[in-house]
Design a protein around this ligand. Structure first.
Ligand SMILES: [Mn+2]
Length: 360
């Protein structure tokens, strides 16, 4: 068999030797032979095609874990996987473009399209929560005409419950008509207010030290939607018959997945799968993610705590969101998914449909 040195292979594949070493470590592209004595790596010319595919997928910005999955698939399945990835990337890009448009207008002091009267939208929502196998329900939830919010309390005993309730209380004033141009400021302010309120409660009662909570909340204003997110609760968007996860889990396992150091299949067995890298907590000042998105009549949103997505996978969740038209019934079926999966944790779901508001 003809072998190429790693230098020859790097030149032919246009990947650096450092990249080739990383891809080897991550199981993306193993050398055909490694010399026992020198540690030199050798590749076959037949591996060039896979190396080029890896390089192209990297240029697209695909995370390493996902590339690894793609390289194991037959071409048709790989094409479908790439389609999924690109749909998600396009949706993320659209959200960033909206935010950039808003900021450009804001910074240049111009009238932005956002300050023109936007078609009013209304939301029709349903809320369901279940304590599952836990003794208490430390999730807290709020749903109103303009605001939807889910918080998953951490800290054991009563502290988690106190934290999630306090944070929901702190964001509740967002359930009002907020000018679209002030949405991000209002969300940022509310999340800081929530953090200070945890700080004050913990300072007043040592039993609450270390308490914290996740928060995923969205506010609708005209045809804009502001989203604030910290922790591992999630928001999903259903649009045009497809389901997109629009929040990024602030967990150790998610960051390992992003870096390609863990596969999706390994997550459920990871000993530290519950470890949060960011949360709203007394004594911490972790940053929340803020997003500004366009809202359209016909969109559906799901906010949920990890009691749902820790048990049900994205496909099961999507099947309910796409298959059940009534939000109330959809929320019930999502809770049922968690219960069927053993419901080891509290589970909370808000399903909200965006509707064109009836003419005044
Ligand atoms: Mn939870």
């Amino acid at each position: 068999m003809e072998l190429m040195t790693s230098g020859e292979f790097a030149r032919a594949s246009r990947l650096s030797r450092k990249a080739l070493r990383l891809y080897d470590e991550l199981g993306l592209l193993a050398p055909a032979r490694v010399d026992q004595d020198t540690g030199y790596r050798y590749y076959t010319p037949a591996q060039l095609e896979q190396a080029r595919l890896v390089a192209w997928l990297r240029r697209l910005g695909m995370p390493l874990a996902r590339i690894r999955r793609m390289t194991t698939l037959p071409p048709a399945a790989a094409a479908a996987e790439l389609t999924d990835y690109w749909d998600q990337a396009a949706s993320d890009f659209a959200a960033r473009r909206d935010l950039a448009t808003f900021l450009i207008g804001y910074l240049s002091g111009r009238t932005t399209p956002m300050s023109t009267p936007a078609p009013a939208l209304a939301i029709r929502y349903a809320v369901q929560s279940d304590r599952g196998q836990r003794a208490d329900n430390e999730d807290a939830v709020y749903a109103g005409a303009r605001l939807l919010a889910v918080a998953d309390g951490l800290g054991g005993h009563a502290a988690g419950e106190v934290a999630s309730a306090a944070v929901i209380e702190a964001v509740r004033p967002l359930d009002t008509d907020i000018p679209a141009g002030e949405l991000l400021d209002a969300l940022d302010h509310a999340v800081r207010r929530a953090g200070s309120s945890l700080q004050e409660l913990a300072a007043a009662d040592p039993a609450l030290a270390g308490m914290g909570t996740t928060l995923t909340a969205l506010v609708v204003s005209g045809s804009q939607l502001g989203l604030v997110h910290i922790g591992d609760s999630r928001a999903y968007l259903v649009r045009g018959g497809a389901v997109f996860r629009i929040t990024h889990d602030h967990t150790l396992v998610q960051s390992l997945l992003d870096e390609g150091r863990l596969t999706a299949a390994e997550v459920s067995a990871h000993p530290q799968r519950f470890l949060l890298l960011r949360a709203l907590a007394a004594g911490r000042s972790d940053e929340a993610d803020l997003q500004l998105r366009d809202a359209q009549a016909g969109d559906r949103y799901l906010l949920c705590s990890d009691g749902l997505h820790g048990v049900a996978d994205d496909e099961q969740i999507a099947a309910v969101l796409l298959g059940e038209a009534d939000p109330e019934e959809a929320a019930r079926q999502l809770i049922a998914l968690a219960v069927e999966g053993g419901a080891p944790d509290n589970v909370t779901c808000v399903v909200a449909d965006v509707l064109a508001a009836p003419a005044a």
